[in-house]
Design a binder for this molecule. Structure first.
Ligand code: SF4
Length: 381
């Protein structure tokens, strides 16, 4: 019997939690960023377009199977489904449930994996996108990760072709707009390439989501990180700037740099200052700031520069302006997943807040406190 499983990669952005995952490439074309361990030791390869189409066929097979077991009201009859499930192997079951859950969540979006799916040449990727749209005509949005260095090499016409074939949004990890930082972290990318990639993508009509990492430049480049990132954002005017607060992975090259004294980590609060400073320096009104990751100290920094800038700054200032022990209490509450922002912090019952405050006072030094926060944060990356 034909195996109906399909390839599934390891990561996707949080905003694609409800998306169907279609793997186009495996690993990362660059794989040399000093802070990144996601694809360490893994060879990059592009999945052959025929194989990708075969995977799309298998996704469509599962979708049709699910529909065939649904009544007129759209509710799936488990009794009808079970004989089919009993014939599936482990991989097929995993793939089946991805399609099942995707349909259950509305079946709207598809995310192309892995780290740099646009490494598949635009002509071939456009063909795959058209096939996907043909097999899944109800899909509303198709999104991918794409390295800015790769994007910068494509023409606006090539990117327009991808847009016409159905690619709606690209997520790209800028991390920082500073050339000094890009060099230090070995991003294999320059500020000029970022601006070129961003402008071409926007001109082609593809939504652009860029990632900013407060803290990635360490103490040395802290102000430069926010300033230069804001400069790049003002040049490109992307649809979204997504905040990914930097957390130093223990197995990374940057951890070795920290041990040898080449890199000094920013504190949790210094990273929030960078977020505030970057927002303050962005002037492009249509840019949306998104704080959608648990590593961010304030989870409510969400809104557009034109409409919500004062609100965004206020969200950071509420925490930055707290007296020392209250600030620590907030940090602990956030890092332990009790609150997302200052407004929620104020809702914590007084006795519970006192308990957290007592914990916050137990740390004899700032260093011990930061170490504790970092231990928690590393569990999230
Ligand atoms: S480009 Fe992205 S996936 Fe590749 S090594 Fe750098 S951070 Fe990791």
């Amino acid at each position: 019997m034909e195996d109906r499983s399909f390839d599934i990669g390891p990561i996707r952005p949080p905003s694609e939690a409800d998306s169907l995952l279609l793997q186009i490439t495996s690993g990362c074309t660059w794989n040399k960023c000093r802070f990144c361990t996601v694809y360490r030791g893994q060879q990059f390869h592009i999945i052959k377009p025929d194989q990708i189409k075969h995977n799309i066929d298998n996704m469509a097979y599962f979708r049709d199977l699910i529909y065939s077991c649904a009544g007129d009201d759209g509710v799936v009859d488990r009794e009808k489904l079970i004989p089919h499930l009993e014939k599936m192997n482990g991989s097929e079951l995993q793939c089946f449930y991805m399609v099942y859950n995707w349909l259950g969540n509305g079946g709207r979006n598809v995310f192309l994996q892995d780290g740099n799916s646009i490494a598949l040449m635009p002509e071939k990727l456009a063909d795959v996108l058209s096939y996907l749209r043909e097999k899944f005509p109800s899909v509303r949005r198709i999104t991918t990760y794409g390295r800015a260095e790769t994007l910068s090499r494509y023409s606006v016409e090539q990117l327009e072709m991808l847009k016409k074939s159905g690619l709606d949004r690209i997520h790209t990890g800028f991390e920082s707009g500073s050339d000094n930082i890009l060099k230090m972290i070995n991003k294999g990318l320059t500020q000029e390439q970022q601006i070129m990639a961003g402008k071409k993508t926007m001109e082609a009509g593809i939504e652009l989501s860029v990632y900013f990492m407060p803290g990635i430049g360490g103490e040395r480049y802290s102000r430069e990180n926010s300033e230069q990132t804001a400069y790049v954002v003002n040049q490109i005017k992307p649809d979204f700037v997504r905040i990914r607060t930097f957390v130093l992975p223990l197995e990374s090259e940057m951890h070795d740099m920290m041990l040898s004294g080449e890199f000094t980590e920013c504190t949790d609060i210094e990273k929030l200052h960078e977020i505030r400073d970057m927002i303050s320096d962005i002037t492009a009104p249509d840019v949306n700031i998104v704080s959608d990751h648990i590593t961010n100290l304030v989870g409510s920094i969400n809104g557009s520069i034109g409409r919500d800038k004062d609100f965004l700054l206020e969200q950071a200032d509420q925490v930055l302006g707290l007296p020392a022990i209250e600030q620590r209490t907030y940090q602990l509450a956030r890092r332990h997943g009790i609150v997302e922002n200052y407004a929620q912090f104020l809702q914590i019952p007084a006795d519970r807040r006192r308990q957290i405050s007592d914990r916050a006072e137990e740390y004899d030094s700032d260093e011990l406190f930061e170490n504790h926060l970092n231990e928690i944060l590393r569990m999230y990356i």
